[in-house]
Design a protein around this ligand. Structure first.
Ligand SMILES: Cc1cc2nc3c(=O)[nH]c(=O)nc-3n(C[C@H](O)[C@H](O)[C@H](O)COP(=O)(O)OP(=O)(O)OC[C@H]3O[C@@H](n4cnc5c(N)ncnc54)[C@H](O)[C@@H]3O)c2cc1C
Length: 474
């Protein structure tokens, strides 16, 4: 096969699929080969969960609004796209708050997901009771659990740090990030480093002290996030601009996949003609990949299809500054389950991104739904706005009506990495390896967040390119 005939198909035009296509384009160009590539996207637009909307001169993010700098894939992609000069750091000075007993309390600086990395801020923190602090301090004396397959986040944190850390810090933070139930969430999937620290050092606190610089995850409350000036959608815009001519196919859902006798992949879409490719990367949600995989490998399709997703809704509301009675500190707050409220978390957008919204007004972005309250994500836009308005008025002492309101649903948007996920992901990877030229990227194999999705897409692209190169050499 001549290099010109290396054909690639990427399914799904979210960030993972677009990063896959971009890396494939780079690899082909580096070798002076014209990229032969299609990106099939079911919707009428690219970006998937990334959605930056314009409201007058302001930008609203219905999906991700920034990305973690500690994971370099996001910044590195922006550099290669020539938009690194447009990146701004999130000024998250003051950190996050947690609602406890109806009052907002600061998450101690240096609190890393579930564990304190600095002693003094925890000692003086009003977030935890004296007994909760003592229990946390005793973590280093808690014997490590016997080696086991996996464990829930709730069980791990309670066992090591006590129930208060779970209730007031770990669950609200991680349940908001993953829209998940801490009793179901796999600790090995979401906090593998902490599991490893327990194994290696006998204690997470001891592990944190010995790992230089606190390792790859930055403490909450730091300045660890960035976003492009034109919103996260700017990354999508650039990625789409870089696609080779004719590669972008919106409103083209993959329906079925088959292997031809010569080893090529045949992609059946809604259109009349099939698409042939030497390598295929499925970067669509697991519930879309599974039916397409059924004729290729029924067991693989079942395992991929076992991935559950949670839905959530994002509600933006703005209020006159003068109508907000309580002083605002930090960049937003998390709401523990024990508070009995519907809100999961809120972020003060206009404070976090200065200049993004008309001055004199506070713009708040709120999250509801997730695995614990799935019915809320199905409410009408009007009902969502009223519900969130009521909650914000109670928590922040707001007296006036919202000046702006918009609710957006993100249906089946958050993969739920439940206990047992690492074993299932390994089994999927093993089965996949027996189908040469077929790859997965994005949430199906555990990527959450823009940098991880970008990295998984780029790795899939390299594997796909390597496969096609081997085929053409053979
Ligand atoms: C409300 C919310 C806020 C978030 N905030 C952040 C944040 O601030 N920072 C961060 O880093 N991450 C954040 N995330 C996570 C991040 O958005 C995701 O991890 C990431 O965008 C997932 O990208 P993806 O390409 O894997 O999937 P998706 O974006 O879901 O893309 C998959 C694409 O596949 C398409 N598709 C589906 N079926 C088919 C088919 N049959 N054929 C072809 N195409 C198909 C879909 O239409 C979609 O475009 C947030 C997520 C949500 C829901």
């Amino acid at each position: 096969m001549s290099p010109e005939r290396r054909r690639f198909a990427v399914v799904g035009g979210g960030i993972a699929g677009l990063a896959t296509a971009h890396r494939l384009g780079e690899l082909c160009r580096e070798r002076g080969e014209p990229p032969s590539l299609v990106v099939l996207e079911a919707a009428g637009r690219f970006g998937g969960l990334v959605r930056t909307d314009r409201v007058g001169a302001a930008l609203l993010e219905a999906g991700p609004d920034s990305f973690l700098l500690a994971k370099p894939a996001g910044v590195e992609l922006c550099e290669r796209l020539g938009i690194d000069g447009e990146l701004l750091r999130v000024d998250a000075g003051g950190g996050a708050r947690v609602l406890v007993g109806g009052r907002l309390r600061e998450l101690p600086p240096g609190f890393l997901m579930t564990a304190p990395t600095r002693l003094w801020p925890v000692v003086v923190s009003p977030l935890f009771s004296p007994w909760g602090k003592l229990r946390m301090a005793l973590e280093r004396f808690v014997p490590p659990a016997p080696a086991r397959d996996d464990e829930s986040l709730a069980s791990f944190v309670t066992r090591r740090f006590g129930g208060e850390v779970l209730e007031r810090a770990a669950e609200p933070v991680l349940a908001s990030v993953f829209m998940a139930d801490a009793d179901a969430l796999s600790v090995s999937a979401v906090l593998p480093r902490f599991v490893e620290m327990e194994r290696a050092f006998g204690s997470v606190s001891r592990g944190l002290r010995r790992s230089p610089g606190g390792g790859p995850i930055r403490p909450h409350g730091g300045v660890g996030f960035a976003y492009p000036r034109g919103g996260v959608g700017r990354i999508v815009e650039r990625l789409v601009e870089r696609l080779p001519e004719g590669a972008a196919r919106t409103r083209t859902p993959l329906r079925a996949l088959a292997r031809d006798p010569d080893g090529s992949w045949r992609l059946i879409t809604g259109g009349s003609t099939a698409i042939l490719a030497d390598a295929v990367v499925l970067a669509c949600p697991a519930y879309a990949s599974a039916p397409a995989l059924r004729d290729v490998d029924a067991d693989l399709a079942r395992e991929v299809g076992d991935q559950r997703y949670a839905s959530c809704a994002i509600v933006h509301l703005s209020y006159r500054d003068a109508d907000v009675a309580r002083p605002l500190e930090g960049f937003g707050f998390f709401v523990p389950r024990s508070e009995g409220r519907d809100l999961l978390a809120a972020s003060y957008v206009s404070l976090k991104y200065p200049g993004c919204w008309p001055s004199g007004e506070l713009l708040v972005r709120c999250f509801v739904g997730g695995a614990l309250r799935p019915a809320l994500a199905e409410l009408s836009e009007g009902a969502l706005v009223s519900l969130v308005d009521r909650e914000l008025c109670a928590i922040l002492g707001i007296r006036g009506e919202p000046r702006f309101a918009r609710a957006t649903r993100a249906v089946r948007s958050m993969p739920q990495y439940e206990v047992g996920f690492p074993r299932r992901a390994a089994s999927i990877a093993r089965r996949l390896a027996s189908h040469a030229g077929l790859f997965l990227a994005g949430g199906s194999l555990g990527a959450v967040g823009l940098p991880d999705c970008i990295r998984s897409g780029e790795q899939a692209a390299e594997a796909a390119y390597g496969h096609a190169a081997t085929r053409s050499a053979g």
